[in-house]
Design a protein around this ligand. Structure first.
Ligand SMILES: *[C@@H]1O[C@H](CO)[C@@H](O)[C@H](O)[C@H]1NC(C)=O
Ligand SMILES: *[C@@H]1O[C@H](CO)[C@@H](O)[C@H](O)[C@H]1NC(C)=O
Ligand SMILES: *[C@@H]1O[C@H](CO)[C@@H](O)[C@H](O)[C@H]1NC(C)=O
Ligand SMILES: *[C@@H]1O[C@H](CO)[C@@H](O)[C@H](O)[C@H]1NC(C)=O
Ligand SMILES: *[C@@H]1O[C@H](CO)[C@@H](O)[C@H](O)[C@H]1NC(C)=O
Ligand SMILES: *[C@@H]1O[C@H](CO)[C@@H](O)[C@H](O)[C@H]1NC(C)=O
Ligand SMILES: *[C@@H]1O[C@H](CO)[C@@H](O)[C@H](O)[C@H]1NC(C)=O
Ligand SMILES: *[C@@H]1O[C@H](CO)[C@@H](O)[C@H](O)[C@H]1NC(C)=O
Ligand SMILES: *[C@@H]1O[C@H](CO)[C@@H](O)[C@H](O)[C@H]1NC(C)=O
Ligand SMILES: *[C@@H]1O[C@H](CO)[C@@H](O)[C@H](O)[C@H]1NC(C)=O
Ligand SMILES: *[C@@H]1O[C@H](CO)[C@@H](O)[C@H](O)[C@H]1NC(C)=O
Ligand SMILES: *[C@@H]1O[C@H](CO)[C@@H](O)[C@H](O)[C@H]1NC(C)=O
Length: 719
């Protein structure tokens, strides 16, 4: 039987301790099972009432010392309870008054005095002796509340709401009571009746009703009375499984005798469904969102206790994860917020975890040049999305202690220490000052010979640590030079006291004018006489040298701190020339010449050259160890030129020049000149004669020069 909606139900609960004796160890285990009680106001027969309770609840109530007080307090009239004289009313001969409707043993009774009524045929009529409690009627006066079932004496009940049930068995008491008044039975009447009317009150198959104050009386089971059902509190337990970003599976336990469930979902979308299954799949949910789910078992249009379950859908994994920036010790990542909700992001790298509330993070304290895998998960509460993974290398560190050594004209050697952290190799590059790349290689040792470089060049070498073969760190540079080559064409020219050296730089390409210099050393007898460095031009003049000395000149090129190979050459200075040349005697056919030896000169030779330009003669003599010489067989009156040179080691000094005439043997040669002129008296003029004489002298001067002795004299003759 199902009764919809029309029931006026009162519901309340009592916590009842259920204690169970467990095994022989005598442990008393108690658990608190909560029972709910429901008063049903619609009057039904005891059997109908029980059927209804079993359908919509558990059963008719079982009274215990613990619950009776609370139940009684709620009653305002008599109600069926779950007790019947013969539990198996079908006629099964079981023990009377032994079990409650739900099968519990009858361990407790709370009869109204005089009940239960015994079968008079058994011959017991002394029950009046057991009626003393009824002497005080005050208890009944307390029932003075309106609209309640009123007690009007043993076996006599009046209900004012339910007049149909006012037909009380064996009741002869007036029913004319006013609604607000309670009729008080007299003790005498009660006991007297029990004594007198035992048979009349006796009910062969009785059911028990509880009076509003808690005492029990027997009633005919077919009487219509309100009733009290109970139900053990059922905690429906819904659970969520298989939560994804957009779906979740719901399952719940079946309720007792429940076939209908109402599912209520609250979140960014609300959903209410009437269901009979024990599972439901939620779809089209929003990722990372909180949903509250309530599964309400519905029984006889009554909501049983429901339990809420709350869950978050899994957030979606982050998208567009990229490495934004890399330094030696940090990696910056950024990503896009996925669809749905995200409360935070969890970043995992190695054993470290970070939380970020924004779509980016800079992870620090990393090792340079190492590979890291970063996992980014989006999270809500305790739910984490799938991880998005990105790997990145930190930038490699800088190498240290980079030095250049072992310079040659075309190579140099670089050494360095690897950087902190990890590297897979090094990129070594060399450039000249015009940023031309001369060398570029990847190596995995910490030293390398940089070759094929031009000589005498300033070279900037850089070493860069690499990660993953190509990811470059910051470079470290060192500036050095390739060694210069030797100079060439060293040419020395000397005088008796100076030396001039010139050479060619011999460079291709042309060395850097600002950086390439020459150093020259002048040595004599293995000792350095003079040094000059930082010469920009390929030449040098030395003064104040000793004559006739074998000087050595060493020249090398300097580039930065590097010297080129030395090139040397030696040369003698010239001897000094003799001094004070004089002619000490001469005649018509000879001239004797004398000179002084040059200073600091011991035994030397001299070459003496004699020449006459007029006669076109010239000859030389070598004079050993003397400082004079007489030339004989000369032509008289002739001017002779002498050159005296000091001769040392095949070298001659500059000449000492002397000239002198031999004595003249004079002859006169007369020239007559006749003057005739068209102009009268012109020849007479002195000026004319002088003019002619000068002309004549010029003529001879040109003809004879000063090579020989001559004189021109004027002798005037009268015709
Ligand atoms: C009560 O007495 C009657 C007659 O005396 C008898 O038929 C009946 O079975 C008895 N009932 C019980 C429950 O003993
Ligand atoms: C009945 O009981 C009440 C209190 O329970 C008491 O006040 C009253 O005197 C009693 N009456 C008799 C007749 O004993
Ligand atoms: C009692 O009954 C009267 C008349 O039937 C009604 O007016 C009143 O509301 C009822 N009181 C209660 C508490 O049910
Ligand atoms: C959860 O998913 C697994 C595998 O897909 C499936 O076997 C299981 O039945 C699902 N459970 C629920 C409650 O949907
Ligand atoms: C869902 O229900 C709750 C509570 O009843 C309400 O506050 C909320 O606005 C509803 N949401 C939607 C999307 O209807
Ligand atoms: C669920 O059942 C209730 C009561 O029968 C009804 O009012 C409601 O409209 C139903 N809801 C759905 C979604 O069927
Ligand atoms: C879920 O979304 C898809 C696509 O929008 C739609 O076709 C489907 O009907 C939805 N399912 C439910 C149960 O709302
Ligand atoms: C990821 O990047 C693509 C291309 O830039 C863009 O279309 C997409 O919207 C981005 N995703 C998110 C979640 O922002
Ligand atoms: C390592 O180098 C390879 C080849 O250049 C490249 O494909 C790869 O993405 C690099 N790995 C990382 C983590 O950068
Ligand atoms: C350096 O990198 C290699 C290869 O990536 C790795 O095996 C090694 O463990 C790393 N060394 C350190 C010190 O991290
Ligand atoms: C680095 O060293 C390894 C082993 O010594 C060698 O196999 C590899 O070729 C080297 N790589 C380079 C770029 O020199
Ligand atoms: C070295 O680093 C500087 C500054 O970062 C850069 O300008 C230069 O090109 C680098 N040199 C080489 C050879 O990579």
């Amino acid at each position: 039987m199902r009764i919809h909606g029309s029931l006026n139900m009162g519901r309340f609960s009592v916590k009842v301790k259920v204690c169970v004796l467990i095994s022989w160890a005598l442990t008393l285990a108690c658990s608190a099972a909560e029972q709910d009680f429901f008063t049903q106001s619609k009057p039904l027969t005891w059997d109908e009432a029980r059927e209804h309770c079993q359908e919509c609840f558990k059963d008719l109530v079982t009274l215990t010392p613990e619950n009776i007080q609370a139940i009684a307090k709620k009653l305002t009239s008599e109600h069926w309870v779950g007790l019947r004289k013969n539990p198996h009313s079908s006629g099964n001969s079981s023990v009377l008054w032994s079990h409650w409707a739900n099968g519990d043993p009858l361990t407790f009774q709370n009869w109204y005095p005089g009940w239960p009524v015994v079968n008079s045929t058994r011959g017991c009529c002394s029950c009046s002796c057991s009626c003393p409690a009824m002497t005080n009627s005050t208890g009944f006066t307390e029932l003075g509340t309106a609209n309640v079932t009123s007690f009007s004496g043993p076996g006599g009940f009046t209900t004012e709401d339910v007049t149909s049930s006012g037909r009380l068995t064996n009741t002869s008491v007036s029913t004319a009571a006013a609604p607000m008044t309670t009729r008080l039975p007299s003790v005498e009447a009660a006991c007297g009746q029990s004594l007198v009317d035992t048979d009349e009150r006796y009910i062969e198959d009785s059911c028990v009703a509880m009076l509003s104050f808690g005492a029990w009386v027997e009633k005919t089971c077919s009487e219509h009375l309100p009733f009290i059902c109970y139900e053990e509190r059922f905690l429906s337990k819904a659970s969520v499984t298989n939560v994804t970003t957009s779906s979740a599976g719901l399952t719940w336990r079946p309720g007792p005798n429940v076939s209908d469930y109402r599912l209520e979902v609250r979140g960014d979308k609300n959903l209410t469904e009437n269901l009979t299954d024990l599972a439901y799949d939620l779809v089209n949910l929003t990722a990372g969102t909180k949903y509250s789910v309530q599964v309400v078992p519905v029984k006889c249009d009554r909501d049983l206790h429901s339990q809420k379950v709350m869950f978050y859908t899994t957030p979606r994994k982050v998208e567009n994860l990229t490495v934004a920036k890399v330094t030696e010790t940090s990696v910056s990542l950024s990503w896009s917020k996925p669809a749905g909700n995200v409360h935070f992001y969890l970043i995992e790298v190695q054993d470290r975890h970070f939380r970020s509330l924004t779509e980016g993070i800079e992870v620090g304290r990393l090792t340079p040049g190492n590979l890291y895998a970063f996992t980014i998960l989006s999270g809500v509460e305790n739910n984490l999305s799938e991880g998005s993974v990105i790997t990145a290398y930190t930038k490699p560190g800088r190498v240290s202690d980079l030095t250049a050594s072992d310079f040659t004209t075309s190579s140099l050697k670089l050494n360095w220490l690897p950087p902190e952290g990890n590297t897979t190799g090094f990129r070594v590059a060399a450039m000249n000052d015009s940023d031309e790349v001369l060398f570029d290689e990847v190596v995995n040792r910490t030293k390398v010979r940089v070759a094929r470089l031009p000589m005498a060049t300033r070279i900037t070498c850089s070493v860069t640590a690499l990660a993953n073969g190509t990811l470059e760190g910051d470079n470290v540079t060192v500036v050095s030079y390739t060694a210069p080559g030797p100079i060439s064409n060293l040419t020395l020219t000397t005088t008796h006291d100076s030396l001039n050296a010139t050479w060619s730089p011999n460079h291709n390409p042309k060395p850097d004018g600002n950086l390439t210099f020459f150093t020259i050393e002048l040595q004599l007898g293995g000792k350095i006489v003079e040094t000059a460095d930082k010469l920009a031009e390929p030449k040098k003049h030395f003064d104040g040298l000793k004559s006739s000395a074998n000087y050595t000149v060493i020249v090398y090129m300097v580039n930065g701190h590097l010297k080129g190979p030395p090139v040397e050459s030696s040369s003698f200075t010239l001897p000094s020339m003799p001094t004070d040349g004089t002619v000490i005697s001469f005649g018509k056919k000879y001239i004797t010449l004398q000179w002084e030896a040059p200073a600091n000169t011991a035994a030397v030779n001299y070459s003496v050259k004699i020449s006459s330009s007029f006669w076109g003669h010239s000859s030389s003599v070598l004079v050993d160890n003397r400082t004079n010489h007489t030339f004989r067989g000369l032509v008289s009156g002739t001017r002779y030129e002498f050159e005296v040179r000091t001769e040392v080691n095949g070298m001659s000094s500059p000449p000492l020049n002397v000239s002198h005439f031999t004595a003249a043997e004079k002859r006169e040669v007369s020239l007559s000149m006749l003057c005739s002129s068209a102009e009268p008296l012109l020849c007479e003029k002195n000026t004319t004669r002088e003019h002619i004489f000068i002309q004549l002298q010029d003529h001879f001067k040109e003809l004879l020069r000063d090579g020989i002795f001559w004189e021109l004299k004027e002798q005037e003759t009268e015709n």
